[in-house]
Design a protein around this ligand. Structure first.
Ligand SMILES: [Zn+2]
Length: 278
């Protein structure tokens, strides 16, 4: 029996994917409690943004993953037999005993190229970066408008280095707008042009899309399909099912353990120590 098909469908958004079950952490730090759940799916998709130390003054600290933690996560996944897959591969059932996962990086930050290439190569993984072609070589202007610290985005040469290292790229619109807050005609153009610009500049086929801010609607999803994208990633947590909608794929945010889960861990340790006491 196909284990994946036997799992219950997600109630969310009619996409047919799987919601995060109660009891699991909302973000991914280590395989730990995710182990069994991952085995019953086509494979997890992890979402990263920035690698390296968190600069002072950063608002969204969770978007930075320390290089040491990134390497630890890849080491653990490699030891468990996971291999990198393309987002489209998650839409077919995994073979018996096959363990695959997708590593995604949103926005095309330069720190991912600088700090991520070595651990990815050493542990044999490939990743996809979703790029904002209107801002290549510039900075995260959409985040700075909200008061965030500036971070460099890869320029054309760096994107070529990324591709030459065996990794792939996808589209994330031209300028990183909220696609449901602009007229649908404008959204269509942001989606269509991002694909055309990346294909022209880098001479690779662009098949995968990622919604900026995870902001999408059925009309936006249709525009992504019309533009010829095979898949699109959301920021909704969960796992993907082979027969689910390929243009609202679920991902898990990879980050250091959140305070909530760290505190829970501390509480459990204290509790265990207390019951062990005579
Ligand atoms: Zn983004």
């Amino acid at each position: 029996m196909n284990r994946v098909a036997s799992l219950p469908a997600s109630a969310g958004n009619g996409c047919g994917h799987l919601d995060l079950p109660p009891g699991l952490p909302e973000t991914y730090t280590t395989l730990g409690s995710f182990t069994e759940w991952f085995r019953g799916s086509g494979g997890p998709m992890l979402m990263y943004h920035k690698l390296g130390p968190t600069p002072s003054g950063v608002r969204l600290r969770g978007l930075y993953v320390a290089t040491r933690l990134f390497r630890r996560q890849l080491t653990e996944l490699a030891a468990e037999g996971y291999r990198s897959a393309d987002p489209g591969e998650l839409l077919s059932s995994a073979g018996p005993g096959e363990r695959r996962m997708v590593l995604t990086f949103d926005d095309g930050f330069e720190n991912v190229l600088r700090l991520g290439l070595d651990p990815l190569r050493e542990l044999g993984f490939q990743a996809i970066q979703f790029l904002v072609p209107g801002l290549l070589g510039r900075t995260n202007e959409w985040e700075q408008r909200e008061g965030e610290v500036a971070e460099r985005l890869m320029d054309d040469f760096q994107v070529r280095d990324w591709i030459l290292a065996g990794h792939s790229i996808g589209a994330h619109t031209v300028n990183h707008p909220h696609l449901t807050r602009i007229p649908i005609e404008e959204a269509r153009e942001e989606i269509r042009a991002s694909r055309a610009m990346l294909e022209d500049r880098f001479n690779v086929r662009i098949r995968h899309f990622c919604y900026p801010f995870g902001d999408w609607s059925p009309a936006v999803r249709d525009a992504v399909a019309e533009a010829g994208f095979e898949t699109a990633c959301t920021t909704e947590p969960g796992l993907n099912r082979p027969n689910g909608d390929p243009r609202c794929l679920r991902r898990l945010t990879a980050r250091h353990a959140s305070r909530k889960w760290r505190n829970l861990g501390t509480l459990l340790r204290v509790w265990r120590a207390a019951i062990r006491r005579p």
